[in-house]
Design a protein around this ligand. Structure first.
Ligand SMILES: Nc1ncnc2c1ncn2[C@@H]1O[C@H](COP(=O)(O)OP(=O)(O)O)[C@@H](O)[C@H]1O
Ligand SMILES: O=P(O)(O)OC[C@H]1O[C@](O)(COP(=O)(O)O)[C@@H](O)[C@@H]1O
Length: 312
């Protein structure tokens, strides 16, 4: 069982518009409401592909109820921790060429007591988990030290921890010795303080995160694919998408596919890239099912040319 933890989940509203024009009334050609938040999406993708997963989510207010209803409707196994604040709604505006504009709320404050309740739920459920996957932004409230303490306790208890977050939360996961971290290009740049221009720059940044404590680094690079740096070496892969529809949740699908396939080696990277590409071809943050996956376009190579330039 893979336990996911989303400290700041959301109800995701995606509106498809012809073109984004500031100051105008825009008519949506289509709209979708999905349960959201990075760990929530990882659980949804795993479930859609027959992999057991439980999602821990703090929820509150009308949006919290809606989130629980949406997740129950999809059949996601839930550990919902009630909180006083209102679960956030995140908005996506998707244009026909695949351009996506996102507006993410800060989310409700998690009090110290609420964070302790969520942490207890996580630590208890972690005893039965193959992986604990903590994803997404931290809500207002918990200090970074409290978050780092949760990561350290999970690793100290012998859990395989994966962290997909940004800024100090990503670095806390690295310092705690997470078995896996999944930064995207911007998160990797922020973590090492340098913007990567080539695959060699990406590999060097991943190596720095491993030297700082992470076991493996899966760096996602949008249309440039992904790079995996772990104890076995370096792999890079791409999965071209002819008609990108919505990139929302693509990184979550990549991570879910990688974990589902064993989180190691070319087979796992290939699977992750196939799930990521499929998510990009689907509207909103819909997660791919087995019928959506096409592994034939995925190309994974060891020790990629370090001078290859990043495009996206
Ligand atoms: N425009 C795209 N074309 C093809 N694949 C994409 C595209 N955008 C994302 N992907 C796939 O989804 C994965 C995750 O996307 P990325 O944007 O890096 O992550 P995140 O959603 O976490 O920001 C990529 O590694 C890639 O496999
Ligand atoms: O926690 P954050 O960083 O605000 O992100 C939350 C958003 O990220 C998502 O999980 C999508 O993730 P990505 O587009 O980064 O893959 C949405 O479902 C959610 O609205």
């Amino acid at each position: 069982m893979i336990l996911t933890v989303t400290l700041n989940p959301s109800v995701d509203r995606a509106l498809e518009v012809d073109a984004l024009v500031r100051g105008e009334v825009l008519r949506a050609a289509d709209s979708h409401i999905d349960p959201g938040g990075k760990g929530v999406n990882v659980s949804r993708a795993l479930l859609a592909n027959g992999v057991r997963s439980t999602a821990v989510v703090p929820t509150g207010g009308a949006e919290g109820e809606q989130l629980v209803d949406l997740l129950n409707a999809e059949g996601v196994d839930l550990l919902s921790v009630p909180i006083a604040g209102r679960t956030r709604s995140n908005i996506t505006l998707a244009e026909p060429d695949g351009t996506v504009t996102k507006i993410n709320e800060a989310g409700p404050v998690l009090s110290d007591t609420e964070f302790a309740q969520v942490s207890k739920a996580v630590l208890d459920a972690a005893e039965h988990a193959d992986w604990v996957v903590i994803c997404g932004s931290l809500p207002p409230g918990p200090s970074i030290d409290a978050f780092a303490d949760l990561c350290s306790r999970l690793v100290g208890a012998g859990n395989r921890l994966a962290v997909d977050s940004s800024g100090p939360a990503l670095l806390a996961g690295v310092a705690a010795g997470a078995a896996l971290v999944k930064p995207n290009r911007e998160e990797l740049a922020e973590a090492v303080g340098a913007e990567p221009a080539t695959l060699g720059d990406v590999v060097e940044a991943c190596r720095r995160l491993r030297a700082a404590g992470a076991g493996a680094v899966l760096a996602s690079l949008g249309a440039d694919g992904a790079v995996l740096v772990d104890a076995d070496g370096v792999l890079a892969g791409v999965s071209p998408v002819s008609v990108p529809r919505s990139t929302v949740g693509a990184g979550d699908a990549l991570l879910a596919g990688f974990l589902a396939a064993g989180a190691r080696g070319a087979a796992a990277l290939t699977e992750g890239l196939a799930w990521g590409a499929a998510a990009v071809s689907l509207p909103g943050s819909r997660m791919p099912t087995p019928a959506d996956l096409d592994r034939t376009h995925v190309r994974v190579t060891p020790d990629p040319d370090p001078s290859r330039l990043l495009h996206s």
